[in-house]
Design a protein around this ligand. Structure first.
Ligand code: NDP
Length: 313
């Protein structure tokens, strides 16, 4: 019987582990993504991280996650390398199954994260972090005074385009239809921004140039005329949505219409007492390593206080 099980090993999961371990909760962290992925979350596929405070020269994503893990282990977190397959939160102790083993805990912190959606073009993958990105806040700075493109027509795409317009020379939004899905106010802001242009009814069908090791153009297809054109650009920001990793919790926890775990505003509490959610799995707005770490800290503090109130710690 454990006091707390943390599911997930990104910045939220490890920060929760550091705080829980230092509060003597002897946390167990199930790191996940063992099959078909890598433990450590989205930073594991990020090259340069320049916006995480404390690293003025920047640090590689996998390196910073190695440091997070080292810090969790230093205070006695037990890390289990397995994918959680099933959970039962219907009564306490809560039960979690991973690699066919059952684990029990009085409280749970969910930090399973989210994944950006990609266009699934082979060259998009090859040029990821070399001109292709899914996060303007993270990578926009690398494209100062350059020409960049944003794919998508939702709020994220408009937000990314507006943010990039403050850094880049020009921003071109490429959208597959002739109308935007984004909220009216976000549309208006982007449509009225003189630095943002729009290409409508168009899909990105290829990213060039893998042989150069960097993005220098996109191959576009007009979906009305089938015409193929080449559009020079230095950066491609994919903003077609994110998918939270919440399949395990469907029908168990309250999720919003996009599948994110609902938490009580200003807290990490879910609808089940003793179950907390931190990081991108409950946040479609900020999606930053530092905010994920912040909510991971909140979840550990909330779990510790709740366990103490229950006389379990
Ligand atoms: P959305 O699902 O709202 O929009 C995704 C956009 O990407 C759509 O325009 C869609 O096109 C396009 N798209 C999807 N798949 C593809 C594809 N394979 N190829 C080309 N285009 C594609 O996702 P968002 O991330 O924009 O928003 C998710 C949620 O988060 C929304 O509820 C949004 O309101 C919210 N949000 C709010 C913000 C805010 O208020 N500040 C900021 C960001 C997000 P199509 O329109 O044709 O379907």
């Amino acid at each position: 019987m454990h006091k707390v099980i943390i599911i997930g090993s990104g910045p939220a999961g490890h920060t929760a582990a550091i705080y829980a371990a230092r509060a003597n909760l002897k946390p167990v962290l199930i790191e996940g993504m063992v099959k078909g992925g890598i433990a450590g979350g989205q930073l594991m596929i990020t090259t340069e991280v320049e916006n995480y405070p404390g690293f003025p020269e920047g640090i590689k994503g996998p390196e910073v996650m190695e440091l997070f893990k080292k810090q969790s282990l230093r205070f006695g977190t037990e890390i289990i390398s397995a994918d959680v397959e099933k959970v039962d939160f219907s009564k306490r102790p809560f039960r979690v199954w991973a690699d066919d083993k059952e684990y029990q805990a009085q409280s749970i912190i969910i930090a399973t994260g989210a994944q950006a959606k990609w266009l699934d073009l082979p060259n998009e993958t090859a040029l990821r972090n070399r001109g292709v990105s899914a996060c303007a806040t993270c990578d926009g700075y690398f494209f100062r005074n350059q020409d960049v493109c944003v794919v998508g027509g939702g709020d994220t795409a408009m937000e990314e385009a507006n943010y990039l317009s403050g850094l880049a020379k020009s921003v071109t939004v490429i959208h597959r239809r002739d109308s935007l899905r984004a909220s009216k106010i976000m549309q208006k802001r982007a449509l009225e921004n003189p630095k943002i242009k729009f290409i409508w009814n168009t899909a990105v069908v290829d990213v060039l140039d893998v042989s150069a090791g960097t993005v220098n153009a996109l191959k576009l297809k007009n979906l009305k005329t089938d015409e193929i054109t080449t559009h020079p650009t230095q950066g491609l920001f994919i903003a077609i949505g994110h998918v939270p990793n919440t399949d395990l919790f469907e029908g168990i926890l309250n999720l919003d219409e996009n599948g994110y775990i609902k938490t009580v505003p200003g807290t990490t509490r879910t609808n089940i007492e003793g179950v907390y959610a931190a990081g991108d799995v409950q946040d479609h707005v900020y999606r930053q390593a530092v905010t994920a770490a912040g909510t991971g800290c909140m979840a550990a503090i909330e779990a510790e206080r709740w366990l103490a109130e229950q006389g379990l710690h």
